[in-house]
Write a protein that binds this ligand. Structure first.
Ligand code: PGA
Length: 242
């Protein structure tokens, strides 16, 4: 695991964009799983600006959705697919045909998860997983407890995740209680993992991710055992410097 600490959020965004651009440069058809959440937004803005200048061409990547709320259709502004589309797919000119979605409809969830896993396997696994760090150590919506073998599946959200997503939804009472997530098994097997972390409120969970016991209670702690992990953090989030 390689920890890179930079000054601030702006520097995280630039360095994160560099990592992604270099992977796409080496392999234009890279299979990349794309987190939403606040932290990677600066990275995606950087990439969009580079795309507009012609410095990056991400249009041939295969983009995989990381997680989704159950029962929230893609047309709803609050769906995570919608967020991914606005922040990443549209600005980078990635066509629909190059996007693998997760199911959002409960009736189709099992079949949709199986189809997603088949699509990941068909390309030989993820070349890159771009991940944020949940305040409870979740990766995607792999909520604690989630071990390294946790599959792509339906999950119940923890109170901590409901609280941390409350602003986005306009209050904890309206946050959906269930979600679908790409499994820990697929994420940890990615050839590169870029974990992006910013802000003092992430300091404690980042410390537990990097140095704490490896346990299902902190799903992100399994990154200690995965290969090709880059943890990109700003000084405020960094337990050693912050
Ligand atoms: P954030 O979310 O980037 O909005 O902090 C991270 C997460 O909960 O996975």
């Amino acid at each position: 695991m390689k920890l890179i600490v930079v000054d601030d959020y702006e520097a995280v965004s630039r360095a994160g964009a560099d990592v992604i651009a270099s992977i796409i440069g080496r392999k234009p058809h890279s299979a990349i799983v794309i987190a939403t959440g606040d932290t990677p937004m600066g990275i995606y803005e950087q990439l969009a600006a580079r795309n507009a200048r012609g410095d990056v061409d991400a249009s041939r990547i295969l983009a995989f959705q990381l997680d989704e709320y159950l029962g929230v259709p893609p047309g709803d502004r609050r769906s995570l697919y919608g967020w991914m589309e606005r922040s990443f797919l549209a600005p980078l000119d990635i066509p629909d045909a190059n996007v693998v979605r997760l199911p959002w409809d409960e009736g189709l969830a099992e079949e949709g998860c199986a189809a997603y896993v088949r699509a990941v396997e068909a390309v030989g696994g993820f070349d890159l997983a771009v991940l944020g760090l949940g305040p409870n150590g979740h990766l995607g919506f792999n909520e604690p407890p989630s071990g390294p073998g946790s599959r792509t599946r339906l999950v119940d959200l923890t109170n901590e995740s409901i609280e941390s997503n409350a602003d986005y939804w306009g209050g904890p009472d309206v946050v959906p209680r269930r979600a679908v997530t790409a499994g820990m098994d697929l994420l940890l097997a990615a050839r590169q993992i870029l974990l992006v972390v910013s802000g003092e409120h992430k300091q404690d969970i980042l410390r537990r991710t990097l140095d704490g016991p490896v346990t299902p209670d902190v799903p992100s702690s399994y990154l200690q055992q995965a290969g090709g992990v880059i943890v990109l953090a700003d000084r405020a989030a960094s337990p050693s410097v912050g």
